[in-house]
Design a protein around this ligand. Structure first.
Ligand SMILES: Cc1cc2nc3c(=O)[nH]c(=O)nc-3n(C[C@H](O)[C@H](O)[C@H](O)COP(=O)(O)OP(=O)(O)OC[C@H]3O[C@@H](n4cnc5c(N)ncnc54)[C@H](O)[C@@H]3O)c2cc1C
Length: 412
């Protein structure tokens, strides 16, 4: 039976959800304060990698934090002014860093992102933009055998899930990516992965197809939510009151502000990342390259080449600190000394991150007509399509294809 559904958010998660629900014949309206694909989903590294099935909190992470924080080229920054505010989230994050929790999270994440490449291939074919999804492996490069060994648990978790890899020495790395600097002695070629050639255009093209298919998109901000007897009745927006029958919250890092209005506070944090995109880099990259120590991804894109990474904790609303993008450029020049950096654009985005690295997907525990799909952290692109399909299952009253228990809202 067709339902009237309102989705808050037009990032990859909200738009993928809108597409699947509309394709099932529901009357779908997306409400968003930014145009489709213009917020966090705009500038990510484009990776569609089920090798991402490793949570951020793994045993030993605590001992790495001081080194990360004191290294000016390190991947992690906590602004001092934000330290006290961010502390409760960080303590929950560190509490998740046990071997058993890492394994549970890995199993749950893999169930969500296992089919990321074929899922997007089907979606972009439907949207008429099949060129956006490219099949490739990706290379993880290490400057020493010791740093490769330092990632042993992550590789064990990936291999146990079934992620196929090939171990490379320096010569193997050179053969795969001839332009990579010679200092990398150990590599892992992660097979059967893919990437999106322009993450912003991906969301826009899906949103356009959703609208051609009869979906509605409204640009306005949700300011408050009206509830009556355990259910939502209306959104109070910057353009007035909107009655609601079924609500899906896909508002990325702002989802916590909305769940709080619904009486369901969640520990979500803005894990801010940066990118630099070079339009004329003078590089021929056959596949994405990840340097694990620096935690950067370099991805070939239709606009040139993008280097992305960094985790900065300073809240949702602080101004970007483009010194973090300078750090990415330093790593880029180290990886590819011949890169031309003249035509470059910089960007900052807010990953919606939960302390246990697992998104929230499922029904509200308090409001009878509300579903949640947010908090995908580092994996929102990989998991966007599958999340949309799962929400469509829930709204349609079908049993979801995977166990959603690890993603329930009231797990904290
Ligand atoms: C540097 C970097 C690299 C990354 N690389 C990858 C990668 O390679 N692969 C991967 O899978 N993930 C990656 N990610 C993570 C990924 O980009 C995010 O997880 C994903 O974009 C989150 O999508 P979303 O739809 O949940 O949120 P967003 O894209 O942030 O969208 C949120 C939407 O909600 C709307 N909204 C919020 N509040 C309101 C409100 N009150 N009223 C109306 N509308 C509202 C916004 O306007 C927006 O449309 C990366 C992130 C960063 C920062």
């Amino acid at each position: 039976m067709s339902k009237k559904i309102t989705i808050v958010g037009a990032g990859i998660v909200g738009i993928a959800t809108a597409c699947y629900l509309r394709r099932e014949g529901h009357e779908v309206t997306v409400v968003t304060m930014h145009p489709p694909g213009e917020y966090c989903s705009f500038g990510n590294a484009g990776m569609l990698n089920n090798g991402g099935c490793v949570p951020q909190a793994v045993p030993g992470v605590l001992w790495k934090v001081p080194g990360y924080l004191t290294d000016p080229l390190g991947p992690l920054v906590v602004r001092w002014s934000y330290f006290a505010k961010g502390m409760p989230w960080m303590l929950r994050f560190l509490a998740s860093a046990t071997a058993s929790q890492a394994e549970r999270a890995s199993i749950a994440l893999y169930s969500l992102i296992r089919d990321t490449v074929p899922s997007y291939e089907e979606l972009v074919k439907w949207a008429g933009t099949p060129d956006l999804v490219r099949r490739s492996g990706y290379l993880v490069a290490y400057e020493s055998e010791k740093s490769y060994q330092g990632d042993a648990l992550a590789w064990k978790l990936r291999r146990e899930r079934g992620v196929r890899t090939e171990l490379l020495d320096a010569a193997g790395i050179r053969k795969l990516v001839p332009q990579l600097a010679p200092g990398y002695v150990r590599g892992v070629h992660v097979l059967e992965q893919g990437y999106v050639a322009n993450p912003g255009r991906l969301v826009k093209s899906l949103a356009a197809q959703f609208q051609r298919d009869g979906g509605t998109l409204l640009e306005r901000q949700v300011l408050d939510i009206e509830t009556v007897e355990g259910g939502v009745v209306a959104l109070l927006t910057s353009a007035g009151r909107m009655p609601v029958e079924t609500l899906v919250v896909c508002a990325g890092v702002h989802s916590g502000e909305l769940t709080a209005m619904l009486g369901e506070a969640v520990p979500i944090e803005a894990e801010r990342g940066y990118h630099v995109t070079y339009s004329d880099p003078g590089l021929q990259l056959p596949l994405p390259v990840h340097v694990s120590d620096a935690k950067v991804f370099v991805t070939p894109m239709e606009m040139g080449v993008r280097v992305a990474g960094q985790a900065e904790f300073s809240g949702i609303y602080a101004e970007p600190d483009y010194q973090r993008a300078d750090v990415l450029e330093t790593h880029m020049k180290r990886m590819f000394p011949q890169v031309r950096t003249t035509d470059a654009t910089r960007w900052m985005g807010r990953r919606p991150s939960m302390p246990d690295s697992l998104p929230v997907i499922g029904p509200s525990a308090k409001q009878k007509n509300v579903f949640y799909a947010f908090g995908h952290g580092h994996l929102g692109l990989c998991a966007g399509a599958s999340t949309g399909r799962l929400v469509a299952d829930l709204v349609g009253g079908r049993r979801p294809a995977i166990d959603l228990t690890p993603f329930r809202i009231n797990r904290f």
